[in-house]
Design a protein around this ligand. Structure first.
Ligand code: AMP
Length: 142
């Protein structure tokens, strides 16, 4: 079994409105926003609105809601950024590379021959994140 859910994690604070985020999409069950240390241009995160620490303790309903949103974001990234492909990443527990302990899916636009930046590497400028979020919101509503 995985460890218990700690509601003081950063993404829970974003969901409660206690921390800001560059929001891209929201529905009844999921929330999507820009990763502040993007591994590629347009790197977004998708999270369930209800608590789940990892994929191990998530419910099938949480997972299916997240994946439906992941697909929406991936389609928007292909259109907004002219991506050649999409990479999904999802880390569980410290041994699995997880840093923030609220279940999340990384949705990463990719281009032929372009390598990913390091995981949790460099913080992006807020105006760049805001502009990329706006491009994704526009693509989602097109
Ligand atoms: P991991 O738990 O290994 O999937 O890594 C957590 C991810 O969350 C990293 O890619 C971070 O850049 C990202 N991250 C951390 N804090 C924030 C935040 N406040 N807003 C958006 N992304 C964040």
């Amino acid at each position: 079994m995985s460890a218990i859910y700690d509601s003081s994690n950063i993404f829970a604070k974003i969901l409660r409105g206690e921390l800001p985020a560059h929001q891209v999409y929201e529905d009844a069950d999921t929330f999507a926003f820009m990763d502040i240390m993007p591994r590629s241009t347009g790197h977004a995160l998708v999270i369930p609105k209800t608590p789940a620490r990892t994929i191990v303790d998530a419910t099938p309903t949480q997972l299916s809601a997240c994946l439906a949103t992941v697909q929406k974001i991936a389609r928007a990234q292909m259109a907004a950024f002219g991506a050649d492909g999409i990479t999904l990443q999802q880390f569980n527990e410290p041994a699995g590379g997880q840093v923030v302990f609220h279940l999340h899916f990384h949705v990463l636009p990719r281009w032929d021959g372009v390598k990913l930046q390091p995981h949790t590497g460099q913080m992006e400028k807020p105006d760049v994140l805001a502009a990329n979020a706006e491009k994704l919101r526009a693509a989602l509503s097109a």
